[in-house]
Design a protein around this ligand. Structure first.
Ligand SMILES: C[S@@+](CC[C@H](N)C(=O)[O-])C[C@H]1O[C@@H](n2cnc3c(N)ncnc32)[C@H](O)[C@@H]1O
Length: 201
């Protein structure tokens, strides 16, 4: 059984720290998201940035022309995100929502998860899969970036092999592709990551 990981108090962290200092902060569009959108020829539609945090990816998707919703469990992250979107004149629907008990009632062409899934303990993962599956349209995509089993630093979120991802999401999603990559952010050495394209069955 894998080691139980200590993770931040998500509701507090955005009250106590500047988002720009967080390990996962990436001001630009995630390079793997950008590549996947091109490869899948996705140029418009409804996109959910799940666990939006600093909201950089929701903003990038909106700038590309997607109709974007951004959710996070943290009220502080959502209120910061709303302020930034307003300053930029972007119409993004930011809402507080817990993906393990989501109250969203719509579906999306794309759900992008950059670093949310990998914070959940083993016993929470099937709640995640069920909730996220309800949010993706049939034939829509879950684009998932998580830490890779190749990452060896002691701290941080859970890590996964491509096979584990396929098994966890089986029944709801087909794993179309997995690439070895890094999780760009503020760390000197970027953590090793997987970028997974999961198609809703
Ligand atoms: C590693 S951060 C990544 C943030 C953002 N996706 C990015 O790439 O900058 C993980 C995010 O997931 C959010 N989160 C944690 N648990 C959640 C839950 N149950 N429902 C929704 N969001 C959650 C955290 O508040 C945090 O913003």
């Amino acid at each position: 059984m894998s080691q139980r990981r200590e993770l931040p108090d998500w509701k507090q962290i955005y009250q106590e720290k500047e988002a720009e200092t967080m390990a996962w902060f990436n001001p630009d569009i995630d390079a793997d998201l950008d590549k996947a959108l091109t490869k899948l020829n996705l140029k418009e539609g409804k996109a959910l940035d799940l666990g939006t945090g600093p909201a950089t990816q929701a903003i990038a998707l909106a700038k590309l022309g997607f109709t974007v919703t951004g959710t996070d469990i943290s009220d502080a992250a959502i209120s910061r995100a709303k302020g930034i979107a307003q300053e930029l004149g972007l119409d993004i629907d930011f809402r507080q929502d817990d993906i393990l008990n989501s109250k969203l009632e719509e579906t999306f062409d794309i759900v992008f998860d950059r670093g949310c899934f990998h914070v959940f303990h083993e016993e929470q993962r099937q709640d995640y899969v069920r909730n996220v599956s309800n949010l993706v349209q049939p034939k829509g995509y879950l684009l998932l970036k998580c830490f890779s089993h190749l990452e060896t630093r002691p701290d941080g979120p859970y890590r996964f092999t491509p096979q584990e991802i396929g098994e966890i999401f089986a029944g709801e999603f087909q794993l179309s592709s997995v690439e070895d990559t890094v999780y760009q952010g503020t760390m000197e050495v970027f953590p090793k990551a997987l970028f997974c394209v999961l198609e809703k069955i």
